[in-house]
Design a binder for this molecule. Structure first.
Ligand SMILES: Cc1ncc(COP(=O)(O)O)c(C=O)c1O
Length: 389
């Protein structure tokens, strides 16, 4: 099989062998339902409890604060819709660069009488302080600001943002899907500053797809999105996906191991990419801000991002565009528009996101392939078959 070099780890990551190993028994002999009152059920329940402890330990939370979900999308929906349903309609304030699994549910709340305030982002990819203060002046009862952006990788100063929302007694949520495994997370410390809920996903940290969690302060009243058998403290009914959640726990354990050396290696490769693409004339978004160590988001003026990603794929490099997670296919990145970039440049966006299995030789190979394609675009040869690159 043609196996391009994988440079799209913010989309998903390969499942780590140790995670597969941990999950395997739950596809065969350990098939119990965690609600059953016999040994098969008890074994499944023990495995779930252990997974919950590992997830909690990875982010400095208490196991009883972990609500398992089918992933980051469901956890974001559970906070936005679940918290809104448990209170009377008010105002939700969220950043304009939130993942669609926060933005769309927030928009849907308008149907039940809620108001919505999308907070603008500065050109460096950070929330604009003035606009944030303006949003708080409208007294939101729910606030959601992501910890690290999936496109730019820019890290928000969530502790300070949460702290300034505290006097309002609003529930403050942060989507930490892209932060987990790339920086230290301490829910206890965040909670002390005013963060009440935090979203996680397994498949961004070498765990399986379809597993995630909402870490939630028990004072937050939530209405379940899925009702039935009372699992997850009545917050998420349905027979638990024991294998996937065990995999999530194992992935969390791995994410904590060697984090400093891993992130340092990623940072060095990331800086090499930034230098290389800048040297070829690309605009790198958010590069002046603190970012997670694996992400480079860039565009060449006048070159369409989708076209470039297609050509890179044929040249043996798998990357994403900024539009991959947007609401409409081929729509320019909402994050870049929120940062004030023109649609023409936003349509050129390409995202490279490294993983620990990448190496410098792959980075250099990618930069060489990009240089050849860049030349072809410059000479109007962009339709040339690049298989030989
Ligand atoms: C910032 C962010 N939030 C939420 C999600 C959704 O997570 P999941 O794929 O587990 O539903 C993603 C996935 O791309 C993401 O990047």
């Amino acid at each position: 099989m043609f196996a391009p070099v994988y440079l799209d780890h913010n989309a998903t990551t390969p499942v780590a062998p140790a995670v597969v190993e941990a999950m395997l028994p739950f596809f065969s002999r350990q098939y119990g339902n965690a609600s059953s009152r016999h040994e098969y059920g008890r074994a499944a329940k023990r495995a779930l409890d252990e997974a919950r402890q590992k997830v909690a330990a990875a982010v400095g939370a208490h196991p009883t604060e972990v609500v398992f979900t089918s992933g980051g999308t469901e956890a974001n929906n559970l906070f936005v819709k679940g918290a809104a349903q448990a209170m009377k309609p008010g105002l939700i304030a969220l950043s304009a660069m939130e993942h669609s699994s926060v933005r769309i549910p927030a928009k849907q709340l308008e149907r039940s009488g809620w108001q919505r305030h999308e907070i603008g982002v500065a050109v460096d990819g950070r929330i604009c302080g003035e606009r944030y203060r303006a949003a708080l002046a409208e007294k939101p009862t729910l606030v959601s600001v992501m910890l690290a952006n999936n496109e730019t990788g820019v890290i928000q100063d969530v502790p300070s943002l949460a702290e300034s929302a505290r006097p309002l007694r609003a529930w403050f949520h942060t989507d930490a899907v892209q932060a987990l495994g790339k920086m230290a997370l301490d829910f206890r410390a965040l909670n002390a500053r005013g963060v009440n809920a935090m979203t996680l996903s397994a498949h961004k940290i070498h765990g399986p797809k379809g597993a995630g969690a909402l870490i939630v302060d028990k004072r937050v009243e939530l209405s379940a999105l899925i009702s039935g058998g009372g699992q997850e403290r009545n917050l998420r009914a349905g027979t638990e996906n024991v294998a996937a959640l065990v995999g999530f726990g194992a992935a969390c354990e791995l994410a904590l191991q060697n984090m400093a050396t891993r992130t340092e290696k990623l940072r060095r490769m990331r800086d090499r990419v930034v230098e290389g693409v800048s040297g070829l004339g690309a605009r790198v978004f958010g590069s002046e801000s603190e970012r997670v160590p694996n992400t480079v988001y860039f565009a060449f003026p006048g070159i369409d991002g989708e076209t470039l990603v297609g050509k890179l794929d044929r040249a043996g490099y798998a990357l994403g565009t900024g539009s991959a997670c947007s609401d409409a296919a081929n729509a320019p990145s909402a994050t870049l528009l929120a940062m004030g970039f023109p649609e023409s440049l936003a349509k050129g966006a390409v995202r490279l996101s490294l993983g620990e299995e990448n190496d410098t030789a792959q980075v250099d190979g990618f930069l060489n392939a990009l240089a050849v394609l860049r030349e072809q675009f410059a000479h109007g040869l962009a339709t040339v078959n690049t298989a030989a690159v």
